[in-house]
Design a protein. Structure first.
Length: 438
């Protein structure tokens, strides 16, 4: 394949089998046809073209392909990357059709219809969509929210409320425990009325999957007028969830998680009857979901510059999602990845943070070994030198590190990582199987 970018020739070596792309490096050769040398403020002299061998030397690092074992950004297929290798205008007919396709397919994947829900893409990361949701659905004055948290991303919701001046109560659970629906029922049985109740589906800081369906039904039983918001950023597309059965009003996810696009935009699946009441609520111009969806519905265009390349990539990602078998097919591969990782890490002596009953298959957290030679920064760096990237650093109070099993990863990739972890432990003089603090 050859593409033209900025007047230069870009040659991409591709693999015929998409499932093997994770082991193939993408080689880029940029040919510079000419250069200019500024001689003075008024004179420009064009130099002779230099030979490729002398003039263009690709840095060695540019030929490497990092394998990402993270919860996002995550590795994507070469064909998803290739979808970004051309430019398209934000108001071109082609891009308008891309927007329409994405909005339609997201609703289909979620199992809802446009007469009840709208897909509202918004520029930025998943956190932008969470921020936009809080700021849009809650009135500027007198509103109160209840945030249910058992990890770093639930705590981030609290920070969003604080930054926006939203009155917020917090129901906290231990980082290695699942949210308990009965505790939420007690929290909602008091005198306080909450305009919004928010929860994380897959708490990515630990890997725990929270019972959002049970909580949703309790919310609507105890406080029917409350808006129920679910952050499913790292689970949508791989972990089944019934929005209507769970009585979800606002559902949030991102392009660069289980649907295997690239960073650049997120999206909100909002109940129409909720969004329609939100005019004038937003404390932000760019994060106003009401104005965003009204513009999209009217013109199929964004209010402000969209992430055109990221959306082209996401469209291709959605095609590949369908080819893999949708939610069931993607969940099957992710579960296989986790099974290989879980067994291999157990053989190395590493213990998981979570009980298997509450652990998901998106990301797994492992406790630090009780070995004086273990230093996570060095452990991470040594794996990175092998072009294997796990999540850098801990976000919980508990000493643990995380390994993702989503994105363009397959069981053989997990075996490659396990082999490298064994080698790194040996290089660091860490006894295997590792010892743990009991």
């Amino acid at each position: 394949m050859a593409a033209r970018i900025c007047g230069q020739s870009l040659h991409v070596l591709r693999c015929q089998n998409r499932s093997q792309l994770s082991t193939i490096a993408t080689t880029l050769v940029l040919t510079r046809h000419s250069s200019t040398t500024i001689k003075s403020s008024t004179t420009v002299q064009r130099t002779k073209p230099a030979s490729i061998a002398k003039d263009v030397t690709a840095p060695r690092s540019a030929l490497k392909v990092k394998k990402l074992y993270t919860p996002g950004p995550l590795g994507v297929t070469l064909s998803v990357k290739e979808a970004m290798l051309r430019d398209v205008g934000s108001r071109d007919v082609e891009f308008v059709e891309c927007i329409k396709f994405i909005r339609r397919r997201i609703l289909e994947i979620a199992g809802v219809t446009k007469d009840k829900f709208s897909c509202i893409p918004i520029q930025g990361s998943g956190t932008f969509a969470v921020d936009a949701s809080f700021q849009t659905v809650l009135p500027r004055e007198g509103a109160k929210a209840l945030v249910i948290e058992n990890g770093a991303y639930g705590k981030r919701m609290v920070k969003i409320c604080e930054a926006a001046g939203i009155d917020c109560d917090v129901q906290s659970f231990q980082e290695n425990r699942q949210v308990e629906p009965e505790v939420i029922k007690d929290a909602l049985s008091g005198r306080t009325h909450y305009d919004l109740v928010a929860i994380i589906h897959s708490e990515t800081s630990s890997g725990v999957i929270n019972p959002v369906s049970e909580v949703g039904n309790i919310v609507k039983e105890m406080s029917p007028d409350s808006i129920y918001l679910v952050d499913a950023i790292s689970s949508f597309g791989a972990v089944p969830i019934d929005l209507e059965e769970s009585q979800i009003d606002i559902f949030i996810s991102s392009a660069n998680k289980c649907l295997q696009g690239v960073p650049g935009f997120a999206f909100v699946i909002g109940k129409n009857e909720v969004i329609d009441k939100c005019k004038g609520n937003s404390r932000s111009l760019s994060l106003d979901l009401y104005d965003q969806v009204k513009q999209l519905d009217k013109t199929n265009q964004f209010r402000f510059t969209p992430a055109t390349h990221a959306m082209l990539a996401f469209k291709q990602g959605l095609v590949e999602f369908e080819e893999e078998g949708g939610i069931a097919g993607r969940a099957k591969r992710y579960k296989e990845n986790r099974s290989v990782l879980k067994q291999g890490m157990a053989e190395l002596g590493f213990k998981e943070l979570l009980d298997e009953k509450i652990a998901g298959y998106i990301i797994s957290a492992f406790l630090y070994p009780n070995d004086p030679n273990f230093n996570f920064t060095e452990f991470y760096s040594r794996l990175n030198e092998k072009d294997l990237v796990i999540y850098p650093g801990k976000v919980l109070d508990i000493d643990c590190f995380r390994i993702g099993t989503i994105g363009d990863l397959h069981p053989h990739d997990m075996r490659i990582l396990l082999k490298a972890i064994r080698e790194v432990c040996s290089d660091m003089a860490i006894s295997v199987p590792v010892k743990l603090i009991l």
